[in-house]
Design a protein around this ligand. Structure first.
Ligand SMILES: [Zn+2]
Length: 74
């Protein structure tokens, strides 16, 4: 019984975490112009060369990565 409760709580926690992670709150206070500038700001991934928006790019040691996988390969 307790295991079932823990399992349900764990699933809720994971869903909650993913939901919060996918919802960037930074964009809320930006003007339309600033959002458009962000969208046109593309950077190349250091590992695979894929271009992605700057606000979706991971930055490590002043290098850009499109995903965690590429960051780990570097
Ligand atoms: Zn990449």
């Amino acid at each position: 019984m307790i295991l079932k409760i823990l399992l349900v709580l764990g699933v809720i926690g994971i869903v909650y975490f993913l939901f919060i992670k996918k919802k960037p709150s930074i964009k809320k206070n930006k003007t339309k112009k600033e959002v458009q500038e962000d969208a046109s700001d593309l950077v190349a991934c250091t590992t695979c060369g894929t271009y992605s928006e700057l606000n979706e790019t991971l930055i490590s040691a002043n290098k850009y990565y499109c995903s965690d996988a590429c960051m780990e390969k570097a």
